[in-house]
Design a protein around this ligand. Structure first.
Ligand code: GDP
Ligand code: IMO
Ligand code: MG
Length: 456
């Protein structure tokens, strides 16, 4: 039995929290794509854990696996493992031998490309972790894999082939002086070889490397429950998202098969839970039809329905919608139903977890982008190009707001304890998506989740 947890929007929907809530009932938690661009929060008994690479199940002592679809920065991985160990956890994490390795030059090139793109408003606002350049090398068949770190001869061969190409790219295309403008060690074969061989030795010593598909199949055969933990979200999926403002992997449920070596039939026989934030927030660039504060100068005084920037600030502050690294305010928008219909189809959701219902509490009214108008026609799902999406005008529906209540007390009871107007909002979402609600997030803590049904 498997459960796949997928972000239905733009990332940061609260996937980590839901993995934690349902995670007690599983044996293994597997990441299938992305790398340390993710930031998953688990709040357990008042302790907050921010995980970027280690699967969130580590907080409950579950075996964590980084699948072949992941890109792994060994620096981040070992730092995170060391910090968790200092916090008295003993994470048992395995890494797929087929997973690709993020090298220092990937991060540097990520920054350079974003710089260049920013002149044309094409920058995705990446996390700067080298994710895109690493997936490029994977597809370009010039990547370094975890398995290569365990084999000195192969590692040297790979580096000797690829590093001169990176040097040429940086110096001849970007016109940047290696050793002067950027760290020379990041482009030095000998230094990279020594450093990454040492990582390989630690991976070997700690018996972390696995043949992912075989490892997981053996666990399934032994009767284990496996959870697949998606990172990012459907609208920043490289195929199904708002290209080019996307990440470079497939957060959608199909990625769970390709990114781990378990058959799609196995994933499909299990549950696929879509994680929904009750509104939208976005760290990166690109259009956002339901964005709050995007309507120029709209205020109640000049005929606007409400002062949108004030509303955006209310939701942003209450939901802590500020970038974890930079502290930059995130963009905020109303829930976008065409985006969720698109995600429901692309992922085949069997259930939904809708988070942050508490954040919207206290508003007079809550709005939802129900559909779009594009060229005079009504659209219920997202168009396939981002340029058309930018031209979509959201058609809103309005719901009566709900008051702030003692949310922990609500979570301790059951669904009926959720304020009536919030239930009306939730039921609208479930009906439109023809998908049942499994859980409702009413706060960041493990205990602040109303569990309607468990997928396990
Ligand atoms: P992820 O990347 O999808 O795992 O989400 P993040 O951890 O990046 O962002 C979600 C943030 O919202 C974290 O700070 C969570 O602790 C918090 N959070 C999750 N669910 C809820 C909820 O239902 N209500 C509130 N107020 N916060 C939540
Ligand atoms: P979690 O797992 C939100 C966004 C970046 C940028 C785009 C590409 O915590 O939900 P990348 O560094 O991946 O090449 O950046 O994707 N992005 C995320 N946004 N949550 C995330 O992860 C994200 N990971 C990447 O902001 O717009
Ligand atoms: Mg996050």
């Amino acid at each position: 039995m498997t459960v796949t947890i997928v972000g239905s929007q733009l990332g940061d929907e609260g996937k980590g929290g839901i993995v934690d809530v349902y995670g007690d009932a599983v044996d293994v938690v597997v990441r299938y794509q992305g790398g340390d661009n993710a930031g998953h929060t688990v709040v357990s008994e008042g302790d907050e854990y921010k995980l970027s690479l280690v699967p969130s199940g580590a907080v409950r002592g579950k075996i964590g696996v980084l699948g072949n679809g992941c890109v792994v920065n060994p620096n981040t991985l070992f730092e995170e493992l060391d910090v968790l160990s200092e916090r008295e956890l003993s994470p048992d994490v395995r890494v797929a031998e087929r997973a690709h390795v993020i090298l220092p030059y990937h991060r540097i090139i990520d920054g350079m490309e974003e710089d260049v793109k920013s002149d044309d408003n094409l920058a995705a606002g990446t996390t700067g972790r080298g994710i895109g350049p690493t997936y490029e090398d994977k597809a370009g068949r010039r990547g370094v894999r975890i398995g290569d770190l365990l084999d000195p001869e192969t590692l040297r061969e790979r580096l000797e082939y690829v590093v001169p190409q990176k040097r040429a790219l940086v110096e001849d295309v970007y016109g940047i002086e290696i050793g002067e403008d950027v760290d020379g060690d990041a482009f030095d074969v000998d230094t990279l070889f020594e450093t990454y061989l040492a990582f390989g030795e630690r991976i070997e010593r700690e018996e972390m490397a696995v043949n992912c598909g075989e490892f997981l199949q053996a666990r399934l055969d032994a009767g284990d429950e496996i959870m697949f933990e998606g990172a990012q979200g459907t609208s920043i999926d490289i195929d199904h998202g708002i290209y080019p403002y996307v990440t470079s992997s497939n957060p959608t449920a199909g990625g769970a098969a390709v990114g781990t070596g378990v058959g799609p039939t196995v994933i499909g026989q299990g549950e696929v839970v879509g994680i929904v934030k009750a509104y939208l927030s976005r760290v990166g660039t690109g259009p956002l039809p339901t964005e709050l504060g995007s309507v120029d100068g709209q205020t109640p005084e000049n005929g606007g329905r409400q002062d949108e920037s004030e509303l955006a600030t209310y939701i942003r502050d209450k939901g802590g919608e500020y970038g974890t690294v930079t502290g930059r305010p995130r963009r905020v928008g109303w829930l976008d139903m065409p985006m969720l219909r698109h995600a429901t189809r692309a992922n085949g959701f069997t259930g939904l977890a809708i988070n942050h219902i508490d954040v919207l509490a206290g508003l007079d009214e809550v709005r939802v982008g129900h559909s779009y108008t594009l060229d005079g026609e009504e659209l219920l799902s997202m168009p396939a190009t981002t340029e058309k999406w930018d031209d979509c005008e959201a058609e809103f529906r309005t719901f009566d707001g709900w008051d702030d209540v003692d949310w922990a007390a609500v979570a301790a009871e059951d669904y009926d304890a959720v304020p009536e107007n919030a239930r009306t909002y939730l039921e609208y979402i479930a009906e439109e998506l023809e998908t049942p609600i499994y859980a409702i997030g009413v706060g960041p803590g493990r205990e602040e989740t109303v569990i309607v049904e468990s997928p396990i």
